[in-house]
Write a protein that binds this ligand. Sequence first.
Ligand code: FMN
Length: 320
Amino acid sequence: MLGIEHPIIQGGMHYVGFAELAAAVSNAGGLGIITGLTQKTPEDLAKEIGRCHEMTDKPFGVNLTFLPTVSSPDYPGYVDAILDGGVRIVETAGRNPQEHLPKLQQAGAKIIHKCTSVRHALKAQSIGCDAVSVDGFECGGHPGEDDIPNMILLPRAADELNIPFVASGGMADGRSLVAALAMGAEGMNMGTRFIATKEAPVHENVKQAIVAASELDTRLVMRPLRNTERVMNNAAVERLLAKEQELGKDLKFQDIIEQVAGVYPRIMMEGDMDAGAWSCGMVAGLIHDIPTCKELIDRIMGEAESLVADRLRGILGSPS
Ligand SMILES: Cc1cc2nc3c(=O)[nH]c(=O)nc-3n(C[C@H](O)[C@H](O)[C@H](O)COP(=O)(O)O)c2cc1C
């Protein structure tokens, strides 16, 4: 469906998913994705897509995140930039992308909608999405409010869906890929793992923070606002959580704006790791190095192959 060699996708990531990373993942045989809204205007996105075409002749996608905001970004403009830029794979996320599907699909684009529940995956299927990315409770970013980990969510999705899906959240290595395939997914989507790669155009401090972190180092913030986000723990997050505890049901977005609004450039570009809350998955506990995207993807495929050929072969029993 996507014209890629390996079943590995790099999910859209705010202030991480620039052309450099998307091109590196696509050149390594996966699917790289540029994060649409990190580009301030549709014109900026058009330029970023142009830069990516200069770095790869392989397919890549663009993420369009539909935010729960009042003053909405110029989504029709971003859709035009995607199509005019020759991109035919779009990862949608957040709110229902339905109103933008006809234009995208008439132009031949494949839509992968990212969702955190079987309910939302079925909705995506019913409105005509081509595939879904099923994001478990482990994931970095927004895991939704149901808290169902992938060990349950993926087989549930497999039981209910007719369209293909990829497993997202907590994926890091060959074991993740084989497990995802075993549970019915066609491949896997990774976020946090791809930040700790040589080509990810973020400050070295971000990569080192992920390598240093264990699976115990993420926190859920903004739950009282029903906008839960899994982030790396740090001083700003501790202040945010203290505020949430103090205000309880009275918490408003304004009370935590300092820790969450507009903090990504300082963290990702300047490496100011305590500037605010930044998305990070529990999978940080499985990340111990900073390979190139090609080294990472080749390693994952090699591990998956030997897992199936050696470790899992035993389940077939001895030949008669
Ligand atoms: C730093 C960071 C920023 C992210 N930004 C976005 C975003 O803007 N839009 C989106 O749909 N998902 C975003 N995500 C979620 C990822 O695309 C992916 O679904 C998630 O990271 C998968 O979980 P994992 O980190 O355990 O691999 C972000 C994740 C991270 C870690």
